[in-house]
Design a protein around this ligand. Sequence first.
Ligand code: URP
Ligand code: ZN
Ligand code: ZN
Ligand code: ZN
Length: 463
Amino acid sequence: MTTIIRGGTVVNADRAFRADVLCDGDKIVAVGEQLDAPAHATVIDASGQYIMPGGIDTHTHMQLPFMGTVTADDFFTGTAAGLAGGTTTIMDFVIPNPQQSLLEAYHMWRGWAARSAGDYTFHVAVTWWSDKVHEEMATLVRDHGVNSFKHFMAYKNAIMADDETLVKSFTRALELGAIPTVHAENGELVFQLQQDLLKKGITGPSAHPLSRPPEVEAEAANRAIAIANVLGTPVYIVHVSCAESLDAISRARAKGQRVYGEALAGHLVIDDSVYQSADLEFARGHVMSPPFRSKHHQAALWQGLRGGNLHTTATDHCTFCAEQKAAGQDDFTKIPNGCGGVEDRMSVVWDAGVNSGLLTPSEFVRVTSTNAAQIFNMYPRKGVVAVGADADLVVWDPEGTRTISASTQFAKGGFNVFEGRTVKGIPSHTLHAGQVVFAKGELRAVEGAGRHVDRPAFTKTHA
Ligand code: URP
Ligand code: ZN
Ligand code: ZN
Ligand code: ZN
């Protein structure tokens, strides 16, 4: 398969320039003006459009068994929805149950992910500690292309990692050249606040944000950063949702600590008024952790992205349908936590970020693709339009518009937190591994065409 994309403006994180892009097989083989192409090459006209590296969503949960159910999108439907939105690689999570072998869980997730239409790679969660976990972390790094480990500081009585686990796992990650990541919320405080609210008879979804105020997130972010500082390891904080957590990251970075932060498309544009809706199905549909916050926090997140203290954008794509969410109709603590977005992130961030002047197109590429590739050691295979990189590309129409709706989305679950939002800036074409998988609204995702992306350990100099 040979494809030439002609007449567009290539946008990388470092610069934008006029060039054609020639892809042969699954690689980019030439980038330059007026390129020659073989007669049989497929030609895509990108005049008036941008050619950008395919998006990397650093945080998804396809086919996740969670809170007594399984997410609506599996690895095929979820990655296909990503391709429709210009995301060509997802970073998903292997989440072993406490006492379960990390390797056993990893192989289970790899089996599920074999159906993916786009590329995928895994962070592996450390949910408990033992000598076996210590050994299996090494096997995952050396033999299975894993270089990031996740720690849930929330979800008490389920997958929460206590301080002993954090300290031991961060230490081990550093030894192995892997990066620890955290879901920063103090799980003890969340549990206590949930019980207090239930005792007062406050059982609906409006209680969800009350049980997870910004201080609960900030305490955990500060703790994870402090632990990483003492141990001398970098740390990556997923779904930073509030100004207080961002302040913790900014303070640490100002002192030279290597701390990275991720913002979710949803946290950037949706506010906490959704939990006050009289339509309880709608309110439950927005229950995720950390919750949506006020506009003050949204403004802080944009500042963090622009100022370089937040590095990636993701979705935490974790879809549940209304029936699944209804498990918590009498008790908000039983509402499966999670929302979608993998199909919408690129357009939402472009529309709210670039069209408003908050981000330049190159900054957009940095926070939707390049930084993710660099932080998680996929660069320059991913994250850049350059000779030798994977031919994962999005041809971006800055004038194209789409009104986001569950009724027209490819993702499953029948709900969309961005419902009714009209975005300007959409993919006209997505290429994955050199194949045109999305063209002007038509999705051509192929089940099983996605590849696992091995991510080697960092050299010792990284920490
Ligand atoms: O509510 C969320 N975010 N669900 C998915 C699991 C997690 O915490 O990332
Ligand atoms: Zn194995
Ligand atoms: Zn989380
Ligand atoms: Zn998550």
